[in-house]
Design a protein around this ligand. Structure first.
Ligand SMILES: Cc1cc2nc3c(=O)[nH]c(=O)nc-3n(C[C@H](O)[C@H](O)[C@H](O)COP(=O)(O)OP(=O)(O)OC[C@H]3O[C@@H](n4cnc5c(N)ncnc54)[C@H](O)[C@@H]3O)c2cc1C
Length: 356
């Protein structure tokens, strides 16, 4: 197992903020787990995957563990579904592309989400009407204090909106080593999301002369229904249009969760701003508000203070224009929270992990 002292943090997160990790351990193989647990000697490490959901606002004094466990294994290949085990260090989007190329469907709406597979259950990633929890069968993890290895069922994972057991104080003790995904051999495109429908319609209009070729679809789906590959392509192009690419502009995607509030708490907003988006959630006593709408309406879209800013493309995305520090981005996030609260009485909760 590789151990490095005083490693710069800048290239380890998509925000690209400076910082130093006092001691960094890189886990590449399961056989290194015992050595890792021994090296940690009971201390609570910070576990990092692709660094696309983290803001470091200080140097790391605790051990940093980089999870680089690779490998994909087909565990069950019978009938209408398959079970695929994915090492926590595999790229998430690579995994989506791989499964589509094999004719295993379900992940298409989660295309182009940065990060590694181990990060997916951690916050139950979701996009365009699908959450990872719907496809995850189990999560394999090791306790960083005791070395206990355990398989978590979806019930154990306690998935919720951008949340799971692994996000809790107890959960942070567990290092996810792999994720098992139950995928379908039958395409079941999930296209209820308006943006996907619009994108698919626009693509179909452009490709109109070729429609007859595509109707001879190898997946055998009904004519007119988009293939999972087409849904993935639509999601990719929407995301490329809407979200800044971390390779050219540091960011961690949506910086705030969409607030879920009681219907009573949403009522003053609804009355004062009839155009404010309000979405139903399974619990009928609550509704989901659009954090992007709240931030944009409070005037923050495109704002910049030095190198810390809010994307001009998407009000939910905080960006590092070059040399913003973690504390500067955090200060900006707090100003936005305060301003949205003062204006609309709604509390915004950050989505990325903030190490401050
Ligand atoms: C441009 C952009 C778009 C994004 N879009 C979306 C989106 O649509 N939907 C969405 O849900 N998210 C989105 N994200 C956020 C992010 O990509 C996901 O949350 C991703 O799953 C994080 O994975 P990661 O490997 O980068 O995790 P990291 O950022 O490395 O870690 C995030 C947290 O997970 C924990 N963690 C990571 N790996 C492990 C492991 N193996 N064991 C235990 N704990 C672990 C870390 O300790 C940390 O607390 C976006 C981010 C960016 C930059």
């Amino acid at each position: 197992m590789q151990v490095r002292q005083n490693l710069p943090l800048r290239s380890l997160t998509t925000f690209g903020v400076a910082g130093t990790s006092a001691r960094t351990l890189t886990l590449e193989r399961l056989e290194q787990l015992d050595a890792l647990i021994e090296a940690l000697a009971g201390s609570l490490p910070f576990i990092l995957g692709g660094g696309s959901n983290v803001l470091f606002a200080r140097d790391l004094h605790e051990p940093l563990v980089l999870v680089r466990l690779k490998g994909r294994r087909l565990l069950d290949d019978g009938g209408a579904t398959i079970l695929l085990e994915v090492g926590a260090g595999e790229g998430w989007d690579d995994t989506v592309s791989y499964t589509l190329s094999q004719g295993w469907f379900g992940l298409e709406n989660l295309s182009l989400i940065p990060g590694l597979a181990g990060g997916a259950p951690w916050q139950n990633i979701g996009a365009y009407g699908v959450e990872a929890a719907e496809l995850i069968e189990t999560v394999q993890a090791v306790h960083t204090g005791t070395g206990e290895r355990r398989t978590f069922s979806t019930a154990d994972c306690d998935f919720g909106y951008r949340s799971s057991f692994f996000k809790t104080a107890d959960g942070r003790r567990w290092l996810i080593t792999s994720v098992r995904l139950r995928l379908s051999r039958e395409p079941h495109p999930r296209i209820a999301y308006g943006e996907i429908q619009q994108e698919l319609a626009a693509r179909a209009a452009l490709a109109a002369p070729e429609v007859s070729d595509e109707s001879a679809d190898p997946t055998g789906q009904p004519a007119g229904s988009p293939s999972p590959q087409q849904v993935a392509a639509a999601v990719r192009s929407i995301r490329r249009r809407k979200l800044p690419d971390p390779a050219s502009l540091g960011n961690a995607g949506s910086f705030f969760k969409n607030p879920i509030v009681s219907r009573d708490d949403a009522e003053p907003l609804r009355v004062a701003y009839p155009k404010a988006p309000v979405y139903p959630v399974p619990d009928a006593a609550h509704v989901k508000l659009s954090a992007a709408w709240l931030i944009e309406s409070a005037g923050w879209k495109g704002f910049r203070d030095g190198d810390a800013g809010v994307s001009a493309q998407h009000a939910l995305v905080l960006v590092n224009h070059g040399n913003a520090t973690g504390p500067q981005l955090l200060a900006l996030a707090r100003r936005i929270q305060q301003s949205v609260h003062d204006r609309f009485g709604i509390a915004l909760e950050p989505e990325p992990v903030i190490v401050a």
